[in-house]
Ligand binder design. Structure first.
Ligand SMILES: Nc1nc2c(c(=O)[nH]1)N[C@H]1C(S)=C(S)[C@@H](COP(=O)(O)O)O[C@H]1N2
Ligand SMILES: [Mo]
Length: 538
């Protein structure tokens, strides 16, 4: 007998885990079974300390920005998902190594029970993780557990058979022959698993039910399926100032709205089963359907939402029209006890945050929203219900709301527990979007270049924007009338052209007269500050 090397066990573990992941992908696409790698990602994310996660996210964001590999939010999502896949592959390698080491010590036996056992135990652990973290499986939890335990047990059994095959291959009489036989076997085995993986992944991609299809089918079944959304009418169409060419759209197309959340894939919520449950310091628990909430007088607000992780000049900020009901109207009917001070809002993905009741009572703009851009919330943007709170970054504003507990004491929400700002008040900041060198125009014998961008201070508004070219004077830009007092403000400065390379800087003052912070500060923990600049050559 010749024992295989334990590192070969790692290779075999890797080769067996790849098709297993492809199989999970098929199960997910075809039957709505859990996709285990995402659950492993969520589980790891939730047990790691906040610093480690932040360092990880920072490294990821730096990499994406440095390599310039696409939109920050969607690329980050893909990298998170890949992390889950890599973690599961690594687990397969580790088990392979340990299993081969153990089998080598134990000596040859003809049974596959050790492998089955190892697979079974791993499967049970994985089933627990999946059950705790899965958001996307639409199948019964028992079926999910059986699926994961079953596939892992089979995986362990095959690992065992491969070990035996390798050991027997080493048992052939001729030394040269055995070496070739073992290598041949490994090559064949690798070929088979690689083929299975590629075919499996291909099948998975073919039957891919995309996030959007799912969300529209859920969302539109809730309202009139025939209804086409009426185009949202912008309130400032007669604004006197046109944005500079190349400025970002003042109203973000819904498909381009940034997306940030802790879910590797957004939770799937069926409207018929969804209920908003209000418990805690109320006379009696309240249970509402989405129709109950829609029955209240609705309100529309044009809103710019920004992530606290948005860097100066970044794209984690967008504007759309939110429709819902003022939180004041809802809480009026909940019979809240006089001792109550906060709402603890919990979401389907395990996210949670606190909202001060006094903020709701003094500001009718705090709203529970069920539509964006005139259509029910997209699945990834929080279907069926999310909250809006003026002046706060996105991290204070849960999507996929399921439970509200009325409480007397404040507590730390999901990101606050991980070291981010308790209040998360939006920082005043401005950005140069465009120096439109190709759109020069002439007036009174002077050539001008349109320069433009946005400035944002949430509900504080913007009173002034100034532009500086190289080391020149700060010159006031013109402001376009915004979509609302809750959105960013588009500014424009027609710059008298001077040939050469130039740096354009921008700064602003909020509606209360407070200038933006010019000092550069990173996103953590309070949101980024600093002066944005753009270089251009004419
Ligand atoms: N349930 C839940 N709500 C959430 C989050 C989350 O991870 N889970 N992320 C928050 C953060 S950090 C931001 S910036 C906004 C982003 O909303 P959007 O993805 O719809 O643009 O959602 C907020 N609400
Ligand atoms: Mo965020």
């Amino acid at each position: 007998m010749q024992k295989p090397r334990i590192l070969t066990g790692g290779l075999v573990g890797l080769a067996l885990t790849a098709p297993l992941i492809a199989l999970y992908s098929i199960g997910d696409q075809l039957a709505g079974l859990p996709f285990l790698p995402f659950d492993i990602f969520s589980w790891t994310r939730d047990i790691l300390p906040g610093d480690v996660i932040t360092t990880g996210i920072d490294a990821m964001v730096d990499t994406i920005l440095a390599l310039n590999i696409g939109e920050l939010d969607s690329t980050a999502k893909t990298m998170e998902q890949l992390t889950g896949v890599v973690a599961l592959l690594a687990l397969g390698v580790a088990i392979g190594v340990v299993f081969f080491a153990y089998m080598n010590r134990r000596g040859w036996r003809s049974t596959v029970i050790p492998g089955l056992l190892v697979g079974f135990v791993t499967g049970v652990v994985m089933a627990f993780i999946s059950d705790a973290k899965d958001l996307i499986a639409t199948t019964d939890p028992t079926i999910n557990a059986l699926w994961i335990i079953g596939t892992f047990t089979a995986w362990g059994g095959i690992l065992n058979i491969v070990y035996q095959r390798l050991t027997q291959a080493g048992a052939e009489p001729e030394v040269s022959v055995q070496a070739i036989d073992r290598r041949q076997f490994l090559v064949q085995f690798g070929g088979i698993t690689a083929t299975l993986t590629v075919v499996g992944a291909g099948l998975g991609a073919l039957i891919n039910r995309s996030d959007e299809t799912t969300s529209t089918s859920i969302a539109s079944s809730s309202v009139n399926p025939e209804a086409t959304p009426e185009a949202v009418v912008l309130p400032n169409t007669d604004a006197s100032l046109e944005p500079a060419p190349g400025n970002r759209p003042e109203y973000t197309p819904l498909d381009d709205h940034y997306r940030i959340d802790i879910a590797a894939r957004p939770p799937v919520i069926s409207e018929t089963e969804w209920r908003l449950e209000v418990t805690g310091l109320v006379d009696e628990p309240v249970i509402m359907t989405l129709d109950d909430i829609r029955a209240y007088e609705s309100m529309d607000q044009f809103i710019t939402l920004s992530c606290i992780s948005n860097r100066i000049g970044g794209d984690l900020i967008s504007t759309t029209r939110w429709t819902g009901v003022s939180a004041q109207k809802l809480i009026e009917d909940w019979n809240i006890s006089p001792d109550a001070r906060y709402l603890r809002i919990a979401s389907a993905d395990g996210f949670d945050e606190y909202v001060d009741l006094s903020v709701i009572r003094r500001d009718e703009r705090v709203m529970f929203a069920y539509e964006w851009d005139g259509v029910p919330l997209k699945q990834k943007h929080g279907f069926p219900l999310r909250i809006y709170i003026p002046e706060r970054y996105g991290m204070k504003q849960p999507k996929w709301i399921t439970n509200i507990e009325v409480v007397g004491e404040w507590g730390e929400g999901y990101w606050v527990r991980r070291g981010w700002s308790e209040e998360a008040i939006v920082q005043t900041a401005s950005v140069v979007d465009t120096v439109a060198v190709d759109d020069a125009f002439e007036q009174d014998g002077i050539t001008y270049i349109p320069v433009g961008g946005i400035a944002y201070a949430s509900d504080r508004g913007i009173s002034k924007v100034e532009v500086q070219v190289d080391d020149g004077e700060w010159t006031e830009a013109r402001l376009r009338e915004p979509l609302s007092e809750l959105t960013w403000v588009v500014w424009r400065y027609d710059w008298p052209l001077v040939a050469g390379n130039h740096t354009f800087r921008v700064r602003c003052v909020d509606g209360r007269g407070t200038p933006q912070t010019e000092r550069n500060q990173g996103v953590r923990p309070d949101g980024a500050t600093g002066i944005h600049s753009r270089r251009a050559g004419v």
